[in-house]
Design a protein around this ligand. Structure first.
Ligand code: GDP
Length: 327
């Protein structure tokens, strides 16, 4: 694989080159890893500033229907839309449902859209790195909106919120007035809540749910990176394609405001710092777990600690010194 050639073709927006490059960053092979790094460095100079939108919601809430409708609306306005997925279930089962092309039939055939399912069979931490790298590749290929879809199960949301400019929570109309067991942490991450399925018989329930969430969001916080009135809760119907333009207008208003105030750049800078620290931590752990020499040392020191020949404190600091020295 010629890195210069593939970089050039990505810059020209060639989808096949983009797909191959994403496969490269997803690979666990060491030689692939090095090529991927080279490619990402080569492309880092390419200007590209996509709006990165995270979209989360429990299975069945309508994520793929929404992305199909919303993405098609955006490409209709002249945007180029990439859809990536972070699927925590695929890390365990090896199967992936998110970002599945068969679920977004129209969008997947749209020449101005690019859909990539979640990389499977990898730890969530690995998925995060690959997804971030895929985002950079999509930006270099000229996509100006990158949607990152994830399923609502906790850890993956934090990860997606840490790599996006806006984090959107998709909800379904609830039965009663209680807040559908949404974890507070997830609500705190949300820049906007979209209550989907606001159509037909579900419409009144959707409006009640929207009002409940709007109230909860108001109570929860007003952050300096939010303009007046945000975070908002808005009703949409992915099936009837209703409320999508309004939802998009709200997202743009929020993003524009944050861009003007410098919050977007600051958020990205913080995210870069966060992922750097996270990757170093992961790298150290991986070395501890996979390096036979480190493993032997751990076992040996573990024995000494068990016998009482070494205190836990001393063994820990010695071990950490060795790990530090080995880098
Ligand atoms: P996902 O698992 O979150 O991706 O959800 P899907 O997009 O697969 O949708 C789950 C179910 O909800 C499907 O039967 C959809 O037809 C239905 N659905 C999605 N959006 C809407 C909507 O706006 N209104 C109604 N009434 N049903 C919807």
């Amino acid at each position: 694989m010629d890195i210069d050639d593939i970089a050039n073709r990505i810059r020209k927006g060639e989808r096949r080159a983009l797909a191959r490059a994403i496969t490269l960053v997803e690979s666990g092979r060491e030689d692939h890893r090095q090529k991927a790094q080279e490619l990402l460095e080569r492309l880092a100079a390419t200007p590209g500033y996509a709006l990165r939108i995270g979209l989360s919601g429990t299975p069945g809430v309508g994520k793929s229907t929404f992305i199909e409708a919303f993405g098609t609306m955006l490409t209709g306005q002249g945007h180029k839309v990439a859809v990536l997925a972070v699927d925590p279930s695929s890390a365990r089962s090896g199967g992936s449902i998110l970002g599945d092309k068969t679920r977004m039939e129209h969008l997947s055939r749209d020449p101005n859209a690019f859909i990539r399912p979640s990389p499977s069979q990898s730890a969530l931490g690995g998925v995060a790195r690959r997804t971030r790298e895929a985002v950079s590749l999509c930006e270099a290929a000229g996509f100006d909106i990158v949607l990152i879809e994830t399923v609502g199960v906790g850890q993956s949301e934090t990860m997606v919120a840490e790599m996006t400019d806006l984090f959107i929570l998709l909800m379904a109309p609830g039965g009663g007035d209680e807040l559908q067991g949404v974890k507070r942490g997830i609500m705190e991450m949300a820049d906007m809540i979209l209550v989907n399925k606001a159509d037909g018989d579900l419409k009144p329930a959707a409006e009640r749910t929207r009002a409940d969430y709007a109230g909860a969001l108001r109570l929860l916080r007003h952050r300096p990176q939010d303009p007046e009135g945000f975070p908002k809760a808005v009703c949409v119907s992915a099936v009837e394609k209703a409320g999508l333009t309004d939802a998009w207008a709200e997202m743009q208003a929020l993003a524009d405001w944050r861009r003007e105030q410098g919050h977007l750049d600051r958020r990205r800078a913080e995210q870069a710092r966060y992922w750097f620290a996270e990757e170093v931590r992961r790298g150290l752990l991986a070395r501890l777990e996979h390096d036979p020499e480190m493993q032997a040392r751990m076992r040996d020191m573990g024995e000494q600690v068990a016998r009482g020949d070494l205190t836990v404190a001393r063994a820990t600091s010695d071990m950490l010194n060795v790990l530090g020295a080995a880098s």
